[in-house]
Design a protein around this ligand. Structure first.
Ligand code: NAD
Length: 349
């Protein structure tokens, strides 16, 4: 297949680009190269004859039409987005422009192209979204997000993603565009931009800095190793039913405090502190994020039942691999520490 992947210089998009090229697909990676992008993430495939990079912004509607005309993709995997909740609290405008208007531009360009091509049946517009659109769950472990959970987004980020999900679904119902939507839990793994919880904890630990925990650390997230997510996305692309959405989870629910303790234990093993103490001694509780959702948890029954997909990596194995990757790739993350906002507390409202 010839895949147009948006946001392929970001964390998850680059994992999908690497996997798709390895699988023999042709990939057009479209990315605006915002603060969150890093072309090193796709350096391993950059010389492949099956890989093309297009520097373009999904906020530019005519540029999107040109990309379809020039590259004639068989399918679209749409990941480009502003992705950091804390930044959405400080500056929601960019989230509206990129996540909502940008998705609208891409949908319109895709629709025009698909119609001009005679509505090929195999065409897909797959929109990569988040479980945060469903809002916040109570502590009761039997309650999880299913694909039928009503949308209830609570942050500017999740509201902008929810809006884009609705647009994508409307383009199916109204125009017949063969869309797919995936709603995924928190990802982690190699190439994770150092503003998100797991890389922040690893890098602060190594630098001897406090390990910031928002509030009391009781907020629960479901953690998915990024390469498992990439695999799930290609599975849904190949086997998903047009018009349908699929929840993707890691089956690894942990409170933030528990997660940080596990991460400290892995760091203690792989890069022990000189004084022999645990990195857990650096844990420091800081003011909570405004509107911080208490719990997210995915019911993965649909994707498991219909496609037999399950995550392959447990959280302990994934954290081991992730810490090892950060220890072995210091030049990658050192270069990112100078980027705007990195290392600062954002989104305090
Ligand atoms: N990270 C997670 O845990 C998670 C979980 C579920 C869903 N998602 C979704 O997956 C997608 C990818 O997330 P990520 O964590 O890899 O994000 P990221 O911030 O690491 O990467 C986003 C990429 O999109 C590009 N981009 C941003 N604005 C753009 C624009 N206007 N035009 C073109 N490119 C633009 C950036 O340059 C960057 O390369 C997002 O849609 C996000 O909502 C993320």
């Amino acid at each position: 297949m010839r895949l147009l992947i948006t946001g392929g210089a970001g964390f998850i998009g680059s994992a999908v680009v690497r996997l798709a090229v390895a699988r023999g697909h042709e990939v057009i990676n479209l990315d605006a190269l915002t603060y969150a992008a890093c072309l090193e993430n796709v350096a391993s495939v950059a010389d492949s004859p099956r890989y093309t990079f297009v520097h373009a912004d999904i906020r530019d509607r005519s540029a999107m039409a040109r990309v379809f005309a020039d590259h004639m993709p068989d399918v679209v995997l749409h990941l480009a987005a502003e992705s950091h909740v804390d930044r959405s609290i400080d500056g929601p405008g960019t989230f509206v422009e990129t996540n909502i208007t940008g998705t609208y531009n891409l949908l319109e360009a895709a629709r025009g192209y698909w119609q001009a091509q005679g509505r090929p049946e195999a065409f897909r517009f797959q929109h990569v979204s988040t479980d945060e659109v469903y809002g916040s769950l109570p502590a009761d472990p039997s309650v999880k997000f299913t694909e039928d959970t009503p949308y209830d987004p609570r942050s500017p980020y999740s509201a902008s993603k929810a809006a884009s999900d609705h647009l994508v679904r409307a383009w199916h119902e109204t125009y017949g565009l063969p869309i797919l939507i995936t709603n995924c839990s928190n990802n982690y793994g190699p190439f994770h931009f150092p503003e998100k919880l797991i890389p922040v904890i690893i890098l602060n630990a190594l630098a001897g800095k406090p390990l910031p925990i928002y509030g009391d650390g009781s907020n629960v997230r479901d953690w998915l190793y990024v390469e498992d997510h990439a695999e799930a996305l290609l599975t849904v692309l190949e086997r998903g039913a047009p018009g349908r959405s699929y929840n993707i989870g890691g089956e690894n629910e942990l409170s933030n405090l528990e997660l940080v303790h596990r991460l400290c234990a892995v760091l203690d093993e792989q890069a022990p502190r000189d004084d022999g103490q645990s990195y857990a001694a650096q844990i420091s509780f800081v003011a909570d994020r405004p509107g911080h959702d208490a719990r997210y948890a995915i019911d993965p029954a649909r994707i498991r039942r219909e496609m037999g997909w399950r995550p392959s990596v447990t959280v302990d194995e994934g954290l081991q691999r992730t810490v090892r990757w950060y220890l072995e790739n210091e030049p990658w993350w050192q270069a990112l520490l100078a980027r705007e906002g990195v290392g600062k507390r954002l989104g305090t409202g």
